[in-house]
Every structure is written in C-alpha cells, then in structure tokens.
Design a protein around this ligand. Structure first.
Ligand SMILES: Cc1cc2nc3c(=O)[nH]c(=O)nc-3n(C[C@H](O)[C@H](O)[C@H](O)COP(=O)(O)O)c2cc1C
Length: 241
C-alpha cells in the first residue's frame, strides 16, 4: 500500500512519545460527519492526555471484503481476500488498547462493522489478540445503543480482550446531544490507558475468556496437523495441556 494512502486512512494521530498505543476503529459510513466518530475522538483525546499514542481508522476508508466461509483461514491461517483487512489487523496487533465505535443500524452494528468482525474469526479461534484492553462506544437515534456496546464488548471478549465499560448516546431529535458526553468519553480514554498500565484485572471476564479458550483449544487441536506452529504456541502458553 502506498504511503499516501496509508496516511489518508489514519486520522487524528497523536504521538506524544510514549510506547502505549490506542487504536480507534469507527464503523460509521458518515466519516467526519459521524457522531459516533466524535465520541471515539474524545475517548482517544482522553487517552492521549494520559500519554498514549492514538490513531483513528474509519472502516469505510478501507476496502474490507465479506467472509465467504471458504475455510482457507482455518486451514492455512491465510485469508483468500487481498484487501484492507491485513492493514487494520496489523494495527490492532500493534496496539495495546482498542476502541470500537458503531452507530446503531436496525438494532445492531453497521454492516461495515459486522463485515470487519466476521473477518476476525481466525483471530478469535487462535486468540491472537489476547491480553489487550478495549472499550466500545455507540450512538443511536433512540434505542439499541447499550445493546450494541454490549455486543461489541462480547465480541472482543471472544478475542481474549478485556473490556472496560462503554458509552452509548441516544441523539434523538437533538443532533447536539452526541456532543454532550465529552467529559465521560475523555474519562473513558484515561481509564483505558490506566487499565493497560496497571494491567487491571477483571476476574469475571477472565473466567469467560478462559472458558472460551478451552472451547477454541479443540479447534487448534483439530487443526494441529496443518497448523503445527500455532498448536505448539498454544502448548507453550499452557492453553493446551
Ligand atoms: C440504516 C440506518 C439504520 C438505523 N437504525 C436505527 C435503529 O434501529 N434505532 C435507532 O434508534 N436509530 C437508528 N438509526 C439512527 C442512527 O443510529 C443514528 O443517527 C446514529 O447517531 C448515527 O451515527 P453516526 O452519526 O455516527 O453515523 C439508523 C440509521 C440508519 C442510517
């Protein structure tokens, strides 16, 4: 990918010179007009104020193809698509914290966000993003915001990522209402960097993550013959005994 194209995809990057990195991912197609993106920017600003390096990626700035269930990733670890997903996955892998944001579309995340989440299936099965921290934000006209935040938290627990509370805002017929919770969003960004620095523990979530991992261990064992390195890595980590 050309350098100029990469720069165009990374919005509002801050580099205060720290090694802690927080990545925001916005699922709104409205890009700079998006209220969800505004919430994300505030969370990132709160993280930057506590010393983190931050960046924001709009899913619509990347071409991410939908999963076709061809099972290539399961068999080889490689997806058949050549698109923007690896670019974003690498940034997720490099980040210490991830903030996901989606507007509510018919009681769920946007299609763009769901296509992206489906492409994380192999990362979920192999727990390749395990140990990171994250939080979620959503905006809605009137309803479904809390459900979307809760769904995003659930997905990221699947990835082995510990989640902080999220923020959902119902804008109703007052378009300025999404611009009220600035302080709450900034605080959430600060909480995220603190949780990462102190390796804050969330025992209930860790129990769920362990349970999920025991389930995914069966997949890793089944694929042992064609993905021996990953199997060995799971044994080394003590996730398969
Ligand atoms: C296709 C579509 C579906 C939507 N579905 C819902 C919905 O089910 N419930 C709701 O309260 N608002 C719904 N909305 C409104 C958006 O969630 C709301 O305007 C949101 O703040 C937009 O976020 P954005 O500015 O970040 O794009 C929908 C909007 C669109 C375009």
């Amino acid at each position: 990918m050309e350098r100029g194209a990469v720069q165009a995809m990374i919005q509002g990057m801050t580099r205060p010179g720290e090694d802690l990195r927080i990545l925001g991912i916005s699922g709104s197609p409205r890009e700079i007009r998006s209220r969800t993106r505004k919430l994300l920017q505030w969370v990132l600003a709160g993280a930057a104020a506590t010393g983190a390096e931050t960046e924001l990626v709009d899913l619509t700035s990347l071409r991410i193809e939908a999963c076709t269930a061809c099972e290539s990733c399961s068999l080889t670890g490689q997806c058949v698509h050549t698109d923007g997903f690896p670019f974003l996955y690498e940034r997720m892998a490099d980040a210490d914290g991830i903030v996901l944001g989606s507007p509510v579309y018919i009681d769920h995340v946007t299609g763009q966000m769901k296509v992206f989440i489906d492409r994380l299936a192999d990362a979920i099965h192999y727990q390749t993003l395990s140990g990171k921290y994250r939080c979620a934000v959503a905006t809605t006209w009137s309803s479904g915001g809390e459900e979307v935040v809760s769904y995003l938290n659930h997905v990221l627990n699947y990835l082995g990522i510990l989640t902080l509370e999220g923020i959902s805002v119902a804008t109703g017929n007052d378009p300025d209402s999404a611009f009220g919770p600035e302080e709450r969003s900034r605080n959430l960004g600060g909480m995220l960097t603190r949780a990462i620095r102190t390796r804050e523990q969330f025992p209930a979530q860790s129990a769920v993550i362990r349970e999920n991992r025991a389930f995914f261990a069966r997949i890793v064992e089944q694929n042992r013959d064609w993905r021996p390195d990953e199997y060995a890595e799971w044994v080394r980590k003590g996730w398969i005994t």
